[in-house]
Design a protein around this ligand. Sequence first.
Ligand SMILES: C[S@@+](CC[C@H](N)C(=O)[O-])C[C@H]1O[C@@H](n2cnc3c(N)ncnc32)[C@H](O)[C@@H]1O
Length: 394
Amino acid sequence: MPKKNVKNIVLPHSQAKLDLYRDYLNEYLPVLMNTPYVSHINVYDVFCGAGVYTDGKYGSPLIAAECINANIEVAEKRGDSATTSISLTVNDLDAGKVEFVGQKLTELSENRFKTTPLNMTATKMFELVKDETSRFTNRHRSLVFVDPYGYSDITKENLFGLLQTRKTEVILFLPVSNLYRFTDAAQTNIDDKSFEPLRRFLYEFFSEDSRMMTSEVKNIYDYINEVRKAFSFDGSFYSSAYYIKRDRTNHYALFFIGPHIYGLEKFLQAKWKNDSLGQGFDVRYSAPSLFGGGLDEVDIYNTKSKLESCIKEKISNSPYISNVELYEYILVMQFLPNHAKSIFDNLVSTGLLEIYDDKLVLQGKVRGYYLTYGNYSKKSNILKFKLRTKNGTI
Ligand SMILES: C[S@@+](CC[C@H](N)C(=O)[O-])C[C@H]1O[C@@H](n2cnc3c(N)ncnc32)[C@H](O)[C@@H]1O
C-alpha cells in the first residue's frame, strides 16, 4: 500500500480530467469492441498513480478497469463476449503504487481482461509501448493515457512513437498554465537551465516564426489551441483539447491525438458532454446554482455563433461542398454534427442556405443532413451545400 497522505484526495480539476477519461473510454471502447476489424484492444496508462485516493475515489487505472468491465458486461449480455480481447498495462515510477494498483486490478479484472502492472521510468514505458504496438497486427487498436506531473517527458519523439502505427489514440494531460506563463522567459533567458524542458518542448513543436514563438498568442485559450494544432503533427493526426480551469491562474488541458476521425468524434462527444459552456471545465461553474440562468447565454454565444460563422465561411469558400466534407470539417473545428444541424435548419428557413442532392435538385430542410461517420466512411456524398448569393441565383 502506498504511503497514506491525507491530502491525496481528488481535487475538482483532477475529477474533471478523470470524468472526461471515463466518458471517452465509455464512448470508444464499445465502438472498438463492435467492429469486426478489431480483435484486440490495448489500454496503456504511462503514469498510473496508486489507483485509489485517500477519499476512496478511483484514479485512472481503476477507472479504465471499471470501464472495461462495464463494456464487457454489455457485450456479454448481447451474447458476443469472446470476440475482443482487452489488456490494461499500467506503469508508475513508484514501486509501492504499482504493487498496490496491481493487486486492485487483479481483483477488479477477475481474469476477464489481462492486467500488467509495470514499474519503470516513463521514458522506458514510452519505448515499450512503441515497440509493442509496432509488433501488433492490423487487428489491434491501442489507447494510451499520459498523465504526468509536468511536461519534461513529453517529447515529440515520445509522442510520435506512440502514434506511428496509426492504430493508437493518445489522451495527454498537461499543466498548460506553466507552459504559458514561462514561454517568453524560456526563449529570452537562454542560459537559465530551469527553462530547459520548456525550451525543448517549444523548439520541438513550434517553428521560430510561429505565433507561439513570436509572442502573438493572445491568451491561455489561444495558447491551448496552438498546442492542440502542434499535436496534429502537421495535420497527420486529428487533435482536440478540453480545457480545465482550476482557478484564475491555473489551467490544464486534456489533449486528444489520433489518426481516426471516429476517435475524434468519440472524444468530442465526451468533451461536449462535460463542457456545456464551450469553454471547458471551470471550477466556478461546477456549482451551477451559484450562477443560475446566466450560463445559457455564455453557452449559446460560445458554441453556436462560433460554429455558424465557421460554417458560413467554409461553404462560401467551397460552394457545393458535400455532406462528407462538412462532417469532417465540423469535427476538425471541434464541434459535433448535432451542433451543426440546428444551424443548417435556421439557414435553410431564412433562405440563406441552399441544399441540393447529387443530381443538383434543390432540397428543403433535410433530417440530419447525412453528417455521420457511416456516410463519411462510405464516401456517400448525398448532399451539396451552397450559400445563396445576394440576387438569389445559384
Ligand atoms: C499525476 S500522477 C498520475 C495520476 C493518475 N493518472 C490518476 O489518475 O490518479 C503522476 C504519476 O507519475 C508518477 N511519476 C512521476 N515521475 C515519473 C516518471 N519519470 N516515470 C513514471 N512515472 C512517474 C508519479 O509517481 C505519479 O503517480
